[in-house]
Design a protein around this ligand. Sequence first.
Ligand code: ADP
Length: 423
Amino acid sequence: MSEEQFSILLVDDDKVDRLAVRRALSKAGLMANLTEAKNGADAMSELKVRQNFGGVDQVNCSDSASNYLGHIFDLVLLDYRLPDIDGLHLLSQIKAFNLYLPVIVLTGQGDEEIAVEIMKAGAADYLSKAKIEPKGLAKAINSAVRIHKAELAVELINKRLRISNELLIFKNQELERQQEQIKLQNVQLQESYKLKSEFLATMSHELRTPMNAIMGFSQLLLRQYGDPLSEQQQNLIQRIFSNSKNLLDMINEMLDFSKIEAGRLEIRPQRFNLGNLINLTIEELRSLAVQKQLDLTAEVKLKDSYIVQDANFIKRIIVNLVSNAIKFTDIGTVKIKVWEIDPDKIAIAITDTGIGIAPVDRDKIFQAFRQLDQGFTRQHSGTGLGLAITKSLVTMMGGKINLESQLDEGSTFTIEIPRKYDA
Ligand code: ADP
């Protein structure tokens, strides 16, 4: 027995038959809110008024249609023979108006043979009036309503699936559109990146010629052939020379960087004495350390001093790291240590007692154009390319670079490279 109350439209012109249905329902204990219609026209107008929410959308409001505002029919009990229309035609009218609800057709004597037609027309069930008994009627109503609700639920799920499918298709199209846009932007970016690199390479190249001329002529003047220069003149020319040298170093750095970026810098391995190279390079840089009264030392501990690598790369790396160490140290020492990690691996460490680098900045400093002090009032000159170049050169040699540092205490940059370059 069901606890649910059904709202049922009973369509029958025969008062006695209608009463019989009422009695059967109450006898079966089926809670029903019964509305009666005496003919097809009345039935249709009742249905249109109450069911005009139409189709599957009814169940959006509640999973129990009977609860919906208390006035949507859950089911129609339809007498097959009505004075104005027969059951089959009324059924098709109900469908035509999109009144989506289960209909049980009550057939009279002799109507049973059209039962198949009735079911084909979309009825939920049919019952012979002559054989109606309370239990059977209640059972038919319960199962018709249950099946109908299940159908509605399935249709609702399908509808939601359709909507989310459409949404997905739309989102997919949107994503594809964005992807196309990103691809286009990527191409444009690559194009402008290439242009920038070409510009950098050309400019650096073009700037080198006049810089070399300025340096050459100032050196000539400093030799003082013929007319000796006054002390002030010597001083001024000396400054022209050293500023030009700084500028040339920067230009060379930019040229190297643009070559690395364009993949045009080739590695040229050769066998050479690493200890000698380190000591010679240190001597070239000693004047910088002397100017700042820093102690510059080199400690080379190698069983075999010969390695097969690009000597120019290693010299560039030492110059970069030692110049930085001197640049960013005001008091104390700059030490270079060279040792063998194992017979096939060499380590070179440059340690200073300078300003140090905070942990958050340790990755940044290896990026091109990155300087930790980038304000206009910065104290140290430079392009911000030295470490980016250093890292690329170390990588090209098959090695790696590591940094240990403590703010205000100093830094150690260590590079590890294979003794023998392996192409
Ligand atoms: P540049 O020296 O031209 O500024 P680099 O790429 O060589 O460019 O260095 C990037 C930045 O890393 C420097 O501007 C500086 O802030 C920091 N840095 C590099 N070496 C040291 C060091 N030995 N001590 C402290 N800071 C350093």
